[in-house]
Design a binder for this molecule. Structure first.
Ligand code: S3P
Length: 440
């Protein structure tokens, strides 16, 4: 089914944004490995996370979820306690779920087969397999090291000292998760700091893990065979989902939204800094700590934006937010330049290609580069049907573009929005937007 989005004026109120996707995946995984009963409140009830939940069940964790609630409890199996899944693990659209689970099963003397939807089956897995092979895993996948693939876990896993060639929290996390069930200490070195939820949550569960800076790199050292103790986790609101109503409020007239309990990990908050640099009225209040993570409330108001050069060193802290930043840039005064975005080409879709193609269709002046784009702001004409390439964030971004376009914007498929932001249309419409489902 597809959606259509009409121009609006006011967008306002207190908006509830669902739980953070990165933290939800990890909470289920760490709960599955801890001793005792972990409780998780405000788990993201989206397709991506439900695939991880099924995978943890297949590996032996006992997960109790009262119907239609976001509260879960998990009886973990302990580090070293996973059993061979009886069937193929299907991760749907979820890169994080599949890649982190590859790390989890790597140090077990059994085989696991992974698959996913057409988008996930196109994505590169070599970045995960290379370090895991050094730890003793064998991998049998399709050409280009893509899913479906089978991992034969290491009989005698060895810890590694690995310098990540790409800035990727998924690669870092997969290695650390494998290191949990290895003897000795596993080291991961990254030149650019990526989101550190794995490190923070492992510490919270009692692992022996430390991070320091050495020779121009962030180093994470994790001791194998820790005892992880069950914890109570409250998942904060996802800043990557909050980004959509925040940008919607900034670019529409007479608008103001507040979103509470948003995760403000510095490695995730780059979009808010960038929008402020562009002149956006964004206020962060009530900053506090919860479960080892920074959280706070965000209020955003209608603002006049100007184009900027997005600092390259900020890219990794807003890696998932470029599609919606493109929409803000499309209505800003002047040019917004974004570079260093080569990783965007291997997300749920090639996001540079998807945004450039879609923006051009609705009348935005945009120039494509191999590692980014230049967007010249102005009026969005709209009135066109946009291809979203099975990518939730491309879909949501073009629906927000429709809110300020002169003519409605429609998208080819809204189904993938449910991978990260269930009920997006209902929640946004409650506050003044106008998204309508139309027959495909
Ligand atoms: C994620 C890491 C990022 C991000 C993804 C979630 C995570 O991917 O794009 O949405 O939870 O670790 P990369 O590690 O490929 O940058």
């Amino acid at each position: 089914y597809s959606y259509i989005y009409h121009k609006i004026r006011h967008f306002s109120g207190h908006i509830t944004v669902p739980g953070d996707k990165s933290i939800s995946h990890r909470a289920l995984m760490f709960g599955a490995m801890a001793l005792g009963k972990t409780s998780i409140k405000n788990l993201l009830m989206a397709h991506d996370v439900m695939h991880t939940k099924s995978a943890m069940r297949a590996l032996g964790a006992d997960i109790v979820a009262p119907e239609s609630s976001t509260e879960f409890s998990i009886q973990g199996v302990g580090v070293g306690g996973f059993k061979e899944p009886e069937n193929i693990l299907d991760f749907g659209n979820a890169g994080t779920g599949s890649r982190l689970t590859m790390g989890l099963v790597a140090p077990y003397d059994f085989s696991t087969t992974f698959t996913g939807d057409a988008s996930l089956c196109k994505r590169p897995m070599g970045r995960i397999l290379t370090p895991l092979q050094q730890m003793g895993v064998k991998a049998f996948g399709r050409s280009g090291q893509r899913l479906p693939l089978t991992l034969v876990g290491a009989e005698d896993p060895v810890p590694i000292d690995y310098t990540c060639p790409v800035a990727s929290a998924q690669v870092k996390s997969a290695i650390l998760l494998a290191g949990l069930n290895c003897p000795g200490t596993t080291f991961v070195r990254e030149k650019i700091k990526t989101r550190d939820h794995t490190e923070k949550m492992l510490k919270f569960f009692g692992a022996d893990i430390e991070t320091y800076f050495e020779d121009d790199h962030y180093v994470i050292a994790l001791k194998g065979y820790p005892t992880l103790e069950a914890q109570n986790i409250i998942v904060p609101a996802d800043p990557s989902s909050a980004a959509f109503p925040i940008v919607a409020a900034i670019i529409t007239e007479d608008s103001q939204v507040t979103i509470e309990n948003v995760l403000l990990n510095p490695e995730r908050a780059g979009l808010f800094e960038t929008l402020k640099d562009m002149g956006a009225d964004i206020e962060i209040t009530n900053q506090r700590q919860q479960g080892g993570e920074d959280i706070g409330d965000i209020t955003a108001r209608s603002s006049r934006l100007k184009g900027i050069d997005v600092p390259k060193e900020r890219v990794s802290s807003m890696i998932d937010e470029f599609p919606i930043l493109c929409v803000a840039a499309a209505v800003a005064e002047g040019t917004t330049s974004m570079r260093g975005l080569e990783e965007l080409r291997v997300k749920e879709s090639d996001r540079i290609h998807a945004m450039v193609g879609g923006l051009k269709k609705i009348g935005v002046h945009v120039k494509e580069f191999e590692d980014g784009m230049d967007i010249l702001g102005g009026d969005i004409i709209g009135g066109r049907h946009i291809e979203t390439f099975m990518d939730h964030r491309i879909a949501m971004s073009f629906l927000i573009a429709g809110a300020v376009a002169q003519n409605s914007v429609s998208i080819d498929n809204g189904a993938f929005i449910a991978t990260s932001f269930p009920h997006f249309d209902t929640i946004m419409n409650m506050h003044g937007l106008h998204i309508e489902e139309i027959a495909a």
